[in-house]
Design a protein around this ligand. Structure first.
Ligand SMILES: Nc1ncnc2c1ncn2[C@@H]1O[C@H](COP(=O)(O)OP(=O)(O)OP(=O)(O)O)[C@@H](O)[C@H]1O
Ligand SMILES: [Mg+2]
Length: 335
């Protein structure tokens, strides 16, 4: 697998103007993604996950958004591209799957027509070829009776089927990068698992890079090579999925993990993290997790901790690591 970087995000900050003040939705976010790699972005509601994805695919209103930092896709700076250049990349080379599949489809055309139309528009295929490829795609995402389903309207499909169709639509132009924003949240648990397994299979089969946004650690762990945990617009911990689940370092990651079914099934108690995230309009100039942190100490209130690298490709924003207070307890000697 070619492990060159397809995407690099450097010091990204995104702020919105609102009536109440400036919303600091994303602050100092940096990460890289290799060809064929799957990154899971985790974090509770409002932590900046969707805004990060929308910045990468250029879906934020430029006039009302203050975007700082750099996003490089396949060697080109996204923010330097014209609207036309961005439109050419969107859908064709970077595609997005949303939580709510109805937003991706027009209710008055059949699913088959919409997938075929995207293909014709993208590469000038004939309608006959595009219809054949639309059928292949519905089969690829394992829609039963795919031929018949090509002629279905969006409202005639179940939630799971529509989600599969949206994935087919996203794959129709052979994107190198797939952004999936909570693609299974609206579905029943059993259908969720099927869709996640499908995404993992497609990612491996097609060698695509994937960023999956979710607040479900189990879902992220299933599909991701690496994880990034966001809190109040910042990445607070990142590393390989296996190591982070084995030995979370930031108290927030630890809290997220122990509040999931992953650990409940191992006999641990489910612990929701008490408290709420800070107001993004008045972000504190200290560790933003401090008020909820059971390890908080005086130094945590003296500034925003840096994202400190440690171990093999891991990093965390916690003074306990930067000041060497944390014994990195792990079965993995590389840590
Ligand atoms: N266009 C906008 N104008 C003003 N504020 C916005 C805008 N878009 C997002 N925000 C704010 O930015 C913050 C981060 O939003 P974002 O949608 O990235 O959260 P999220 O992590 O995806 O949460 P969820 O899990 O609920 O989807 C939120 O406080 C949100 O209200
Ligand atoms: Mg979101």
């Amino acid at each position: 697998m070619n492990r060159e970087k397809i995407l690099s995000v450097e010091d990204l900050s995104v702020r919105f103007k609102s009536d109440e003040g400036i919303v600091n939705a994303v602050s100092d976010v940096s990460f890289e993604l290799a060809h064929g790699e799957a990154l899971g972005i985790l974090g509770e509601s409002g932590s900046g996950k969707s805004v990060t994805l929308r910045t990468i695919i250029g879906l934020l209103p430029r006039n009302r958004t203050d975007i700082r930092g750099r996003v490089r896709f396949d060697g080109r700076e996204i923010q330097d591209l014209s609207n036309d250049e961005m439109n050419a990349i969107r859908g064709a080379r970077i595609a997005m799957v949303f939580q709510e599949p109805m937003v991706a489809f027009d209710p008055v055309f059949t699913v088959g027509e919409q997938i075929a139309e995207t293909i014709v528009r993208h590469d000038g295929s004939s309608w006959a070829d595009a219809n054949r490829r639309a059928l292949d795609l519905l089969e690829l995402v394992q829609i039963p009776s795919a031929k018949r389903r090509l002629a279905s309207y969006p409202h005639e499909m179940s939630g799971g089927m529509l989600q599969r169709s949206m994935i087919a639509l996203a794959l129709s132009c052979g994107p190198q990068l797939l952004l999936a924003d909570e693609p299974t949240t609206a579905l029943d648990v059993s259908v969720q698992i099927q869709i996640i397994l499908l995404l993992r299979e497609l990612q491996r089969e097609l060698g695509m890079s994937v960023i999956l946004v979710t607040h479900d650690v189990g879902v992220a762990a299933e599909i991701s090579d690496r994880l990034a945990v966001m809190y109040a617009g910042r990445i607070v911990e990142t590393g390989t999925a296996a190591e982070m689940i084995e030995a979370p370092c930031h108290p927030y990651t630890d809290g997220l993990l122990s509040s999931t079914v992953l650990n409940a099934t191992k006999g641990k108690k489910l612990n929701a993290i008490p408290g709420a995230p800070p107001d993004l309009i008045a972000l504190p100039r200290e560790c933003s997790f401090a008020p909820r942190c059971r390890h908080v100490q005086q130094q945590c209130l003296s500034g925003i901790p840096r994202l400190e690298p440690f171990g093999k490709g891991r990093a965390t924003r916690c003074l306990r690591v930067s000041e060497g207070q944390l014994e990195l307890q792990s079965a993995n000697p590389a840590l």
